[in-house]
Design a protein around this ligand. Sequence first.
Ligand code: ACO
Length: 344
Amino acid sequence: MTIEIIGTGRSIPPRRVSNQELADRIDTSDEWIRSHTGIGNRHIAEEGVAASDLGADAAREALLCAIDRGLVTEKTPEELALTVDLIVLSSATQDFFSHPATSCIVQHLLGAKNAAAMDITVACSGFIYGLETAAAMLKADFRRKRALVIGTEVLSRITNWDDRSNCILFGDGAGAVLIEKNDTSNQNAGQTGLLRTILGSDGSGWEYLILRRGGSRNPWKKGEVVEEVPAIAMNGQAVYNFAVGVITETLARIMKEENIALEDLALVIPHQANARIIQAAAKRLKIPEEKFYLNMEEYANTSSASIPIALDELNRSGKLKKGDLIITVGFGGGLTYGGNLIRW
Ligand code: ACO
């Protein structure tokens, strides 16, 4: 039985904000941001555009991608959406607090009437967790065949634009993949698609990346005057150290346990948080930096959307060839981390 990615898509808001534009407003510079993070730009959603809008657009592109490549018999995204059994959506910026799930709104926008829908909240590790969750649920029931896995974020809505140590990092966007289960008696079965996933968490770091207000621990109170929009609070140094450690360990573990030599590995697709985190992990692992695909120069950190956006860029540009062995790896609030081993 294989779980293959048969379509990829992304949705990037057209409004592009350069480092210089931020430097015109707050005390920072293009040079500081580039040298400390590798970020050059970010895209910001128009007012009124929510995570479900970007997520549904990215998912529609993924459906179209599978149709254009002749991998399905359905002729339109609407027709193909009806064959989707499950939508797993990750977001740190869901349309609504608590419920409804943003995946349900996406299900409605796509007309995916036969799909179950669920959200997962593991911050930037969301796509990695989502892919494993969807794959496991397809495998669990022979009636389920196709799932959409979506990462979608409007981080600009939970960013304090006056906090220079934080606001320079984030951007908006969405990425999606359509996955399909194939039962095959082929002797190579199990050697393509999603091969292995490592997932982990370290809840002792729950305060290092946090949106403090609104939940049951710290609810809004009647009559309270809100002086600041609730925004991401971060212990940057602690997150940095955690990230370098878990990226290094996850990659090393997948390569060792799956017996993968460096020359067998086509690409590592990391969560796009900070180029320095990737450089530090690459150095520790003695993996050339060129093996890591980086696009944070254009999009900044789009949390759970960053890996599926990168997958879509690579897929559409032809940089991923059939049979390529790739590893996604990421970390996020919680704290959480993980990696997927995929044969394209
Ligand atoms: N422009 C100019 N100067 C700045 C800026 C800025 N934007 N931000 C901070 N500085 C200054 C600080 O005030 C400090 O000045 P000082 O020495 O005079 O006190 C100096 O630069 C160094 O500040 P540090 O915070 O020590 O800078 P550091 O090199 O640690 O970089 C950073 C900060 C980029 C946030 C880094 O810690 C980091 O990348 N951490 C990980 C962040 C991350 O990955 N977050 C993931 C978010 S999770 C998710 O994806 C939702």
